[in-house]
Each structure stands twice: as structure tokens, then as C-alpha cells.
Design a protein around this ligand. Structure first.
Ligand SMILES: [Ca+2]
Ligand SMILES: [Ca+2]
Length: 589
């Protein structure tokens, strides 16, 4: 049942709104007039003048139809965007931005949709660069040939990121450029793709002066929207909540820092017991759940930008006068961005599913037990297998599972902590089949299989009372505690690269933690074709993750699987057979 109490919600919030942007534009009226060249508008230039135009969504739709491209979503925000397209000679579309010339680190954030065409050369040489006043390029990215997303490297070469671009997709591209070290970092949809800093494209680029969108001759072009350039500011890569305890209202905060713990800053303060955190990395949004305080300060689900700006309440659970199916004490939360849902646990009522646009929510309920009272905090989603995991902090910690629609509720594990209230948070590694969790009583970070078996202590963090645990990139995990007032990190094996004091908290009320990380959850390996020609068998598959190993044995049910050849990154392999029967399987990384 949809709940009726919702808040007014602005759906067209600018996604990349940096609070202190030196220049930010969404290409909307009245600053821009649609239907004509951008040359001369808001200090932009373009050459040839037909190259860059500000158009309405409908006008772009017409252009794309002419190009033979599926129109799809033609603007990222509002009703207008910049289309850099055309035929014939190549050209540049440039905006000079003053005021950043003496800054060490400058950040460009821009939404871009690359195009193909059935008329022109379909791909290549559509790029966005950051230049000094002489047009020397510090940093750039390209929608290159073979639908490869590339970044610019010293002496003007382009390096494939390994990511392919799709002509019907909007990408958020970010370049963080350091003019002292003359290096930059490049992120696609909020995830950094370079593992070490990228040397400048041109060393002569000594300061930031202008943005250039360049289209090679006869290239199909790009649509650009929601562009901002600013002082880079602190890196926001890990986030944590400090509830503020029970001493009074408005004492809670959400913090962020870089992966190395530097640059700690409270991005939002004055909250009522913020607990759960979840990140929409592509759009740069943080969501938090507030338990509320006492009998009057309501529970809330709120969305904001990574820097804490533009906090937008999506749902309010009233402390007084709430309906029977209204939440009152939101705890941990998680996102299903594909289906546009936010899930959270209500301490008393179990799992709640809300629409990301704030239009309503549904109680999916708890464990369905009547013999004893059950409360709820821990929550995580396994969208690949269609499961919601949710926990009870009482009764020494229990873990349950339900289907995404609330059906098939079962208990997975119990006695997860030494006492009640010490089990509150889990983090899933669906790819490897693990659930990470904390036991604040024994100060331990633990792991179990997704069916609850093999409960294993990974490490002990003495005196911390660890509550929240999150997985991060490069096989790292992060956790946060109460009494010990700090964050720890280690490799996910719990043994290597252990740092028990990555950053300090300001209070003893640290609870949940989240990291900028998109876990790789590959599709199952599926053999799609087996071809036999003479004595050669060719096996083709989809899914999984490289490296792959083809294996064979003579019986479907018995015998040892033998490797056929060595591992491969291809999705096809061959074998030589001489009559009889052979069974094959493909092992994925
Ligand atoms: Ca726009
Ligand atoms: Ca968590």
C-alpha cells in the first residue's frame, strides 16, 4: 500500500551543483536563447558558428533523428542543452572562465552524451579539454574510435580507459587538475578510472583559463549539459554518520573525507540522530536516514549533494500522530538505482521501500514473528539475486532475508554478536558471496557466507566498538566505531594493510559508513555457442569476469575437470578433440 504522507519534492534539481562553483551552467533560459548558435551567448564562442548551438529538447530530438540516432533523453536538465555537432570542418566551442588562474586544484564536472551518426564518420575526436589562456591542454577526455572513452596523456596521446561509450547514455565526467604536480584525475560517473595521477597532456599548460569542446571534422558530436568548474576542494570519498547520541535534538552530523582520511569535514550538521548512509555515485548524491529525536523531532529520509548542499527531505515519519503504516524511526538505508527505490529499516516495523522521487513508500515488514519483539537496523540489498538482508540488533544479533517484494522471509543467522545491540550493520560482497558485519561488543569485524554459514573473525579493533562497515575500491574495507572515536581500514582479508586510525570522529556516536565504490557484480557465465569443425571445438560465452579458464572432462558427472590451454581474457576458446564425448565448462575470475 502506498503511503500518503510525502513532502513536496523538486525533481529537477541540478545534479552537479557545486556550492562554490566559479562557473556553472545548465544552458537554460533566460541566460541562453534556444534555437541558435552559442557564439556570443554567456561569453561562449564557437567556430564555425553552426558548430555549437543551444537547443531545446525537441529541437535536439529533430537533429538526432536527422543523424539517424535514437533521440532518447536529449537534455540532462531542464529543457535545453548545448549540441556540438555538424558536418565539414572541425571546430571548437570555448568558454573562458576567469578567477581560477591562480588556483592549484581545479575541478571540471560536466554531463555529456556522445553521438553516433549514420551520415558522418560515426566516432572519434569529440573531446573536452581544460586549457590555459594560450590554448595549451592540461587535461582532457575523449569519446574515441571503437566507442572507447579515452583520456589525454603527455605529448598528446590518448589512453583507453577500458570503458566503452554508448550513444544513448549521459555520462558525468570529472577532471580534477593539479597545476603544481601537473597531473590530473579522471572520473566517469563519479568513479575514478586512473590508478595513479595522469601527467598533463601539455606541460606548458600552467594555469586554468578555459574549457573547450572540440569536434573533429565530420564527427557526429556530443550533447553537453550541467557544466561546472570550481576550486577542487576536499575529496569526498568516504562518508560517515555521528548520531549525536540522546543528549538533545539537532546534535547529529554527516562527515566526509578522502580515502586516505584527509580533508575531514562535516558536510551537514544539526540532524536528529542520522544513522544510515547510502551513495548515488553517478549523480553525486548522498542519502541519509534520521532516527529522529525524543517524541517530537521526526524521522526523515533526506537526499543532498556530496558536499551537503541542497538537502531535500524525501520522506518524513512522524513521532506524533503517525498512521499505522507510517515509519517512525528510520535506521540503515540502501539504494536500488535501477528500479529507482530507496530501502530503509524502521526500528519497529522492519523494511520500508520508498520511491526515489519521494512520491510514496510501502512497508515490507519484518520477520513476521509474534512470539517475541523484534527490532531492525542492519540492511543491505542483493539486487542480482533479488534479496533484501535485514538484521535484528536484539537477541544477540540476528540476520533475516526477504525477497525484494517482501515475500519469503527467512532467518539466515543468529548469535552474530556477544550481546544485544552490538550487531547493527552489514555490507555485501555479492561477487564473492560474503556478508561483512561488525560485533561492537567484541570489537570485531567479521564475515560470513551469504547463507549465514562460516562466521569468521577477520580482525579485532580493540576499544573501538565498531558499528558501521563498508566495502571500498581496491579490495579495501572501512569501519567506524563508537567509544574509540575513529575509523579503520584494511584489505578485505582483514590481515593486510591494516590502519586502525584512518581518521578520527568528533564524538563517541559514530554509526554508519559509506564509500565511493561501485562493486563489480558480473552476470553468470553463459555458454552461448559450441561449434565443431573437423577436430576443433570452439566455445563462446557471455558474462563472468576475465580471466577465464576453459575446462573439460569426459563425463558430465564424474572425473576431474582439466584445464584446456591457459587462462584467457577473450570470451571464446578452442579445444582439439578426437571422437567420443566431451563436456566443457568455463571458470570465471
Ligand atoms: Ca539543461
Ligand atoms: Ca553500512
Amino acid at each position: 500500500m502506498k503511503h500518503l504522507l510525502t513532502l513536496a519534492f523538486i525533481s529537477s534539481v541540478l545534479s552537479v551543483s557545486s556550492a562554490f562553483a566559479q562557473y556553472a551552467t545548465d544552458f537554460e533560459a533566460p541566460t541562453f536563447t534556444a534555437g541558435s548558435t552559442i557564439n556570443g551567448q554567456d561569453s561562449w564562442t564557437t567556430s564555425p558558428t553552426a558548430n555549437g548551438r543551444v537547443l531545446t529538447a525537441t529541437q535536439i530530438e529533430g537533429e538526432l533523428t536527422t543523424l539517424g540516432v535514437t533521440p532518447g533523453v536529449t537534455v540532462h536538465s531542464g529543457s535545453q542543452a548545448l549540441l556540438v555537432s555538424g558536418t565539414g570542418s572541425s571546430g571548437g566551442t570555448v568558454r573562458v572562465v576567469t578567477g581560477l588562474g591562480s588556483e592549484t586544484e581545479v575541478l571540471l564536472n560536466v554531463w555529456v552524451r556522445p553521438l553516433t551518426s549514420t551520415m558522418n564518420n560515426p566516432t572519434g575526436n569529440v573531446f573536452v579539454v581544460m586549457e590555459n589562456s594560450a590554448g595549451k591542454r592540461a587535461a582532457g577526455f575523449r569519446f574515441g574510435p571503437s566507442q572507447s572513452i579515452d583520456y589525454g596523456l603527455v605529448s598528446g596521446s590518448w589512453v583507453p580507459t577500458g570503458k566503452k561509450w554508448n550513444p544513448n547514455t549521459w555520462y558525468r565526467m570529472t577532471m580534477r587538475v593539479n597545476y603544481t604536480s601537473q597531473t590530473y584525475d579522471f572520473s566517469i560517473d563519479g568513479v575514478q578510472v586512473n590508478t595513479s595521477p595522469i601527467p598533463f597532456y601539455e606541460a606548458a599548460s600552467d594555469s586554468f583559463s578555459q574549457i573547450r569542446v572540440y569536434r573533429g571534422s565530420n564527427q557526429a558530436g556530443v550533447i553537453v549539459d550541467d557544466l561546472s568548474v570550481s576550486v577542487a576542494g576536499p575529496r569526498r570519498e568516504i562518508f560517515w554518520s555521528e548520531t549525536g547520541g540522546f543528549g538533545g535534538p539537532n546534535l547529529g552530523s554527516v562527515y566526509s573525507a578522502a580515502f586516505d582520511g584527509s580533508g575531514k569535514v562535516a558536510i551537514v550538521t544539526g540532524l536528529n540522530r542520522p544513522i544510515g548512509l547510502a551513495l548515488d555515485i553517478k549523480n553525486g548524491y548522498i542519502y541519509w536516514a534520521e532516527d529522529g529525536f525524543g517524541t517530537t523531532d521526526n524521522s526523515r529520509i533526506v537526499r543532498a549533494n556530496f558536499d551537503g548542499s541542497n538537502p531535500t527531505p524525501l520522506f518524513i515519519g512522524r513521532k506524533v500522530g503517525g498512521a499505522a503504516d507510517e515509519f517512525s524511526n528510520a535506521q540503515i538505508l540502501a539504494l536500488d538505482l535501477v528500479n529507482k527505490h530507496v530501502y530503509w529499516t524502521d526500528y519497529f516495523k522492519g523494511v520500508v521501500r520508498g520511491n526515489l522521487d519521494g512520491t510514496g513508500y510501502t512497508l515490507l515488514g519484518g520477520s513476521n514473528e509474534t512470539a517475541q519483539a523484534v527490532q531492525y537496523t542492519a540492511l543491505a540489498l542483493d539486487t542480482k539475486n533479488g534479496h533484501i538482508y535485514y538484521g535484528d540488533p536484539t537477541q544477540n544479533g540476528r540476520l533475516f532475508r526477504m525477497n525484494m517484494d517482501g515475500g519469503n522471509k527467512i532467518e539466515i543467522a543468529r548469535d552474530l554478536a556477544t550481546d544485544s545491540w552490538w550487531f547493527n550493520d552489514i555490507s555485501l560482497d555479492v561477487r564473492h558471496g560474503y556478508i561483512y558485519y561488525t560485533d561492537a561488543g567484541t570489537h570485531q569485524i567479521k564475515r560470513m557466507n551469504m547463507d549465514g554459514s562460516d562466521q569468521t573473525v577477520l580482525l579485532t579493533d580493540p576499544g573501538l566498538n565498531p558499528f558501521g562497515v563498508a566495502l571500498g575500491p581496491n579490495e579495501k574495507m572501512f569501519w567506524i566505531g563508537g567509544t574509540g572515536m575513529r575509523l579503520g581500514t584494511a584489505n578485505i582479508d582483514g590481515v593486510s594493510d591494516v590502519n586502525l586510525n584512518l581518521a578520527s570522529t568528533d564524538t563517541t556516536t559514530g554509526f554508519d559508513i559509506a564509500a565511493v565504490y561501485v562493486p563489480v557484480v558480473p552476470a553468470d557465465v553463459l555458454i552461448t555457442e559450441i561449434g565443431v569443425q573437423d577436430s576443433t571445438v570452439t566455445i563462446t560465452w557471455t558474462g563472468g569476469l576475465a580471466p577465464y579458464q576453459l575446462q573439460r572432462r569426459g563425463s558430465l558427472t564424474d572425473g576431474v575437470w582439466d584445464d584446456v590451454g591457459t587462462t584467457t581474457t577473450a570470451m571464446q576458446a578452442t579445444d582439439t578433440v578426437s571422437g567420443g564425448m566431451m563436456f566443457y565448462r568455463v571458470r570465471s575470475n
